[in-house]
Design a binder for this molecule. Structure first.
Ligand SMILES: Nc1nc2c(c(=O)[nH]1)N[C@H]1C(S)=C(S)[C@@H](COP(=O)(O)O)O[C@H]1N2
Ligand SMILES: [Mo]
Length: 264
């Protein structure tokens, strides 16, 4: 996908997010409304179709389809002292930080997160390494969580900061991170999962909290999420001219050549 189209989708997502929250799938399908939107946003029919396609749900499966042995990949146990301490305390001291371009930064305990609007889904995880596993996930829907913090109008992407360092590098760019646009952030199947197969999320699968972004490939599903940050541009540079997020491509694997948009 070209950068300009990507940016455009980001912008469209931002202006649509308020509507999605009020769950107006009916509205967006209403031709009258689509017409207004098209005029207001100057959307082409093709762009309109692209948006509709990105809102489609990923396939969901039945309990009988759940993989007996869901593979674990990448980090299976972050070795930082901070994470080890949280794990030792049963994550009682865990706080998810929500900050960046938000009106109201948040620090949420697992109990807070469990009290948010949630969703359960049985989906297939596809890793680029060529394996798939089916699992059941339950978690807080990212859209309502972001609405609680209140995105500022210039927010375009959500960056997920993880607890693990997958590659030791001198400049610290080996920490796992990911980013998605607001279309995926507000997709109904995009959740911060705290349960897998009806149990607390296991450490190897990202405890205490991992992203499920079901229309995307495996590496986008950040495990061990510690902080989510609303940003305008994940490629932004800091005052020293260094990339603010990893090497600026939007994710650990993206920094190493994978596509930023890994839609399936
Ligand atoms: N923090 C973190 N998230 C991560 C990874 C990782 O190494 N660290 N690996 C990614 C990859 S490539 C895949 S396929 C999935 C694996 O998730 P699983 O271990 O639950 O199967 O997590 C993704 N998210
Ligand atoms: Mo993967």
């Amino acid at each position: 996908m070209s950068l300009s189209r990507r940016r455009w989708l980001g912008a469209a997502g931002a202006s649509l997010s308020a509507l999605w929250v009020s769950a107006c799938d009916k509205l967006t399908m209403d031709p009258k409304f689509a017409g207004v939107l098209q005029k207001a946003e100057g959307l082409s029919l093709r762009a309109q179709r692209a948006l509709t396609d990105r809102k489609a749900l990923a396939r969901e499966f039945t309990p009988a389809d759940i993989s007996k042995d869901f593979r674990a990949n990448g980090t299976v146990r972050p070795d930082s002292e901070e994470y080890q301490a949280l794990l030792a305390g049963g994550f009682a001291d865990y706080r998810l930080v929500v900050d960046g371009l938000v009106e109201q930064p948040l620090q949420l305990s697992l109990a807070d997160i469990r009290a948010l609007p949630s969703r359960s889904q049985i989906t297939r995880h596809d890793c680029v390494e060529g394996w798939s596993s089916i699992g059941k996930w339950k978690g807080a829907r990212l859209g309502p969580l972001l609405d609680r913090a209140g995105l500022k109008p210039n927010a375009r992407h959500i960056v997920f900061h993880c607890a693990d360092t997958l590659e030791q590098t001198l400049d610290g760019t080996g920490k796992y991170y990911e980013s998605i646009d607001l279309i995926d952030a507000y997709h109904p199947q995009t959740i911060l999962a705290y349960e897998m197969n009806d149990r607390a999320l296991p450490v190897k699968h990202g405890a205490p909290l991992r992203l499920r972004v079901e229309r995307q490939l495996g590496y986008k599903h950040a495990k061990y999420v510690m902080r989510i940050e609303a940003v305008e541009d994940f490629a932004a540079l800091d005052e020293n001219g260094e990339t603010k997020y990893g090497r600026g491509k939007g994710g650990f694997w993206e920094d190493r050549g994978y596509e930023w948009y890994a839609g399936i």
